[in-house]
Design a protein. Structure first.
Ligand code: TMP
Ligand code: ZN
Length: 414
């Protein structure tokens, strides 16, 4: 493994980011890793390593990281693109259709997306004739969006930015925040921004990876420094309550290994609470012991994957990685899988090709190489797109190793 240099640039968390309690218990220690999206241009580069530890809040049940890395370092130049996975594009198109058909009243209604990435979702809405605005701190992604005609402010969102947008554009009917809640340190300022910008009766649609799925499927690889919080509905409702946002609906989604969409309304009227809260209590998602048991299952899963890879390697067979997602880097670093095991990873994202994985320094190459070489084994690091990948690679003559929920080798294509 390459040399480590110890991190200095991360703030230690002492209070729960939702309820402010200091009563936090460490239940999962994934060791130290570099930042999961910091692909290297040179394999000899030295990187900063940061502790990756999960804590449970004994008061509001929020699961959260122990360190906050400077958001400018994490998000100003971003390697992840919404449009690089067909599944995500299809999901965003469906959401655009849903918003258009159900949440908008007139053609004057404005939709603002926070964390709008390369503009995939807003572009679809714009093509339906909807007024849109994106807010995206990754300058490279905001640039791509603007170049496609999706107006995007290259900035972080908070109460000040919300006021600025309101002064510029007026109130907003619908706000969308997909896969951003987990990235935000100051959730209170974010929510202050939401209620500043939304009109009365306006709707906030939030999507987050669901901790219930992380727990059930042992998706520990979705833990990395960008994801400060791991949500059930419980702490989100607590946060919404503080800002007068009424939770209307929770929708379970398959995306990203299992996510939820929460729809909340800015209103002073009473709304019936969705039954999801009782479901979470029944599943033990508000109890520390559930997460202590998860930590044991994580260790078991790591050993099981290492054994499968060891068997494949001992036969002298070439193994590569399919996909170079951020979560793959947590998995590789935590399981100690490097260039001794994986010859290369393939990925469709232009920003990742020609680079090296953080921590393990495995080269990332174009998918074409995998198709040409037909390596006997491919570790599917982008396991959340298993269906899409198996379908796309139906000509593949080797075997996929899928690491999550329990490591397994898929049969060869017939
Ligand atoms: P995500 O799980 O965070 O969306 O990242 C998935 C990564 O996998 C992303 O870098 C794109 C890559 N990928 C491929 O290279 N080929 C594929 O067929 C799919 C679905 C994803
Ligand atoms: Zn808390």
């Amino acid at each position: 493994m390459p040399k480590k240099s110890r991190a200095t640039g991360a703030r230690r968390v002492s209070r729960c980011r939702v309820c402010g309690s200091k009563d936090l218990t460490l239940f999962l220690d994934l060791g130290e890793t570099p930042l999961a999206n910091s692909f290297l241009t040179n394999p000899d580069e030295r990187e900063e390593w940061f502790p990756l530890q999960l804590f449970f809040c004994n008061r509001c049940a929020l699961v959260q990281l122990s360190r906050v890395v400077d958001p400018d370092t994490l998000f100003r130049n971003y390697a992840y693109r919404s449009s690089s996975s067909g599944t995500v594009v299809a999901h965003l198109l469906e959401l655009a259709r849903f918003v258009h058909a159900n949440l908008l009243g007139s053609s004057k209604d404005l939709v603002v997306e926070i964390g709008s990435n390369d503009g995939t979702f807003l572009k679809a809405l714009k093509e339906m004739g909807v007024k849109i605005l994106g807010v995206e701190p990754a300058k490279n992604m905001a640039h791509i969006a603007n170049a496609q005609g999706v107006e995007t402010l290259p900035t972080f969102f908070g109460s000040k930015e919300a006021q600025r947008i309101r002064d510029l554009k007026g109130g907003v009917k619908v706000m969308v925040a997909n896969n951003v809640f987990a990235h935000i340190d100051d959730l209170h300022d974010f929510m202050r921004g939401v209620v500043t910008l939304l009109d009365d009766g306006g709707i906030l649609s939030v999507e987050v990876p669901y901790l219930g799925d992380l727990n059930q499927n042992v998706e520990y690889d979705t833990v990395y420094h960008e994801h400060l919080s791991y949500f059930t509905v419980h702490p989100i409702v607590k946060l919404f309550d503080e800002f007068g946002m009424k939770l209307l609906k929770v929708v379970k989604l398959e995306l990203h290994g299992g996510s939820i969409r929460l729809l909340a309304e800015k209103t002073t009227k009473q709304r019936p609470r969705p039954s999801f809260l009782a479901f979470e209590e029944k599943c033990g998602l508000t109890k520390l012991r559930t997460y202590e048991s998860l930590a044991e299952r994580v260790e078991y899963q790591k050993e099981s994957l290492r054994r499968i890879l060891e068997d494949a390697r001992s036969g002298g067979e070439k193994i590569v990685g399919y996909g170079a997602p951020a979560k793959g880097n947590t998995l590789l670093n935590f399981c100690g899988i490097g260039t001794e095991t994986l010859a290369y990873l393939i990925d469709t994202t232009p920003e990742k090709i020609g680079r090296f994985t953080p921590g393990t320094h495995i080269p990332v190459v174009e998918t074409e190489r995998f198709r040409k070489e037909q390596p006997p084994f491919a570790l599917m690091l982008a396991w959340n797109y298993e269906k899409e990948i198996v379908m796309k690679e139906r000509e593949y003559t080797g075997q996929f190793i899928v690491p999550i929920p329990s490591p397994r080798v898929l049969p060869k294509n017939a």
